[in-house]
Structure formats: C-alpha cells, structure tokens
Design a protein around this ligand. Structure first.
Ligand code: ATP
Ligand code: MG
Length: 243
C-alpha cells in the first residue's frame, strides 16, 4: 500500500532543520502500525509525508506504486481525497462550521449530494457518541469532543489509508478504548492504519510499533507475542523497505 524509501526531511527555517534522516518503512495493505518516539523525533512529519500533506527533501513515498512526492499538487489532492483519512494532532476543524458540516466536508469535495452527506456525517457522529452535538461549532465542544469530530471527519470518505496523529490524546480512557474499537473494526475490514501515539497501551493495539528516535528508525517491534525461533529467540519481521 505505502512504501517510504530513504526519506529525508529538512525544514528550511532560516537555518535548515533536519528532521528525518533516511527513514524506510513498508506499510502493507491492511497492516496496522503504530509510530512511537519522543517529542520532536519526527512522528508527525513522517505522517504528513505519508498523507501527501508535505513532500520529502529526498527519498520517496509510494502509494500503490505511485511516487507521490513527484506528483503535482492537484494529483496529490486527488489521492488524499480518494484514499486518505487524516486525524490531525491539532484537530484542524473549521471554526465556522458545525460538527456535522465539518464531518461532511470531505464529501463536499467529492461531490456527494447534500442528503447523503448529512446522513453519513450523522451516522459517523453517532459512532463517536456525538449524535447530540452535531449542531455545535468547535469552540462549543470540549477537547475530547473536538477530537471525536476530527476522527469522524477522517472516516467520512471511507479511506483505505487512515492516518491518525495522537487520536486519543484528549480522550478519557473509556472513550479512547471506544475509538480503538472503531480502529480495530476498520482494520478487520482491511483498511491500512497508521497511528502516532505516546501511549504504550494504545500502540499495543497495532500489529507492530515503529520506534523513531532523532529522525531515524530505531527499531520495529511486534507487540503481540512473536513466536520464538529455533534458538528460542523472538523473531522480528523486517518491514524495512529494501529495493
Ligand atoms: P510530538 O510528539 O511533540 O508531536 P513529533 O515527533 O510529532 O513530536 P514533529 O512535529 O514531526 O515531531 O517535529 C519534528 C521536529 O521538526 C521538531 O524539532 C520540530 O520543531 C520541527 N518542525 C516540525 N514542523 C516544522 C516546520 N513546519 N518548520 C520547521 N521545523 C519544524
Ligand atoms: Mg507530533
């Protein structure tokens, strides 16, 4: 589904700020991956590159075989709209739109008729236990409620690739667990999921955990008990991309 190949990212902010230094990882179709690492290690940057929100300084990001880093903005937007659902760390809701309108927004861009947009948005808000908050604007919602609107919006276009940056960061543990159930259902339906989190129990919902450290891939871990190999050592599948 996605392969990240020797990706470097340097932000130009007066002084160049190197953030990713040659990260390679493959995200097979249907896989469920968590990304962990200290604050500033490049997790959101990597997610933004995978989600076509930014371009690598070097290396490539392929989605279904297409190197999206070389596409023009219009083609990247099309891929994003057709395939990707993105839950932003800061939610990025439109302040003037209601919760229902925010969730329906990706469907406006896809040309879905108003009635279908509204019913889909209400269905998703219901799944997030937010059915009674559809008419609220973001500043009339709590942090956790905004987060749930952001997740509902990310699911609106039925994305084959769901990218979520700290999706449970503002949620109590019970609501967080419910969100993880929704993600598990999406995983079982064959969607590809990448989840950034600081919380180990959340990361353990995934099939494997990619650990970033100072912009480099430190290691890839499979939290579910890996079967021991013949020498009794735990085996780790190597998901790093090689040509
Ligand atoms: P956190 O856990 O705090 O969310 P993170 O691992 O997601 O951290 P990133 O947001 O990817 O970290 O940022 C990695 C580094 O890149 C940080 O040092 C940050 O200051 C820098 N950075 C991020 N975005 C930009 C930008 N637009 N311009 C310049 N530097 C940036
Ligand atoms: Mg981040």
């Amino acid at each position: 589904m996605v392969s990240v190949e020797e990706v470097h990212k340097v932000y130009q902010l007066g002084e160049p700020v190197p953030v990713l230094n040659g990260v390679s990882v493959a995200l097979p179709r249907g896989s469920y991956t968590a990304i962990m690492g200290p604050s500033g290690s490049g997790k959101s940057t990597l997610l933004n590159l995978i989600g076509c929100l930014d371009r690598p300084s070097a290396g490539s990001v392929r989605i279904d075989g297409i190197d999206v880093s070389t596409l023009d903005d219009a083609d990247r937007t099309t891929i994003r709209r057709d395939k990707v659902g993105f839950v932003f760390q800061q939610f990025n809701l439109m302040p003037k739109l209601t919760a229902t309108q925010n969730v329906a927004l990706p469907l406006v861009f896809k040309g879905v008729p108003r009635d279908r947009r509204r019913s889909r948005a209400n269905e998703l808000l219901g799944r997030m236990d937010m059915a009674d908050r559809g008419d609220h604007r973001p500043n009339e919602l709590s942090g956790g409620q905004r987060q749930r609107v952001a997740i509902a919006r990310a699911l609106a276009n039925d994305p084959v690739l769901l990218l979520a940056d700290e999706p449970t960061g503002s949620l109590d543990s019970e609501t967080g667990a419910r969100i993880m159930d929704v993600f598990e259902t999406l995983h079982e339906a064959g969607n590809t999921i990448v989840l950034v989190t600081h919380e180990r129990p959340i990361a353990e919902h995934a099939e494997r955990i990619v650990h970033l450290l100072d912009g480099e891939l430190e290691r890839i871990e499979e939290p579910a008990d890996a079967p021991p190999d013949e020498d009794g050592r735990e085996t780790e599948t190597d998901y790093r991309w090689t040509s």
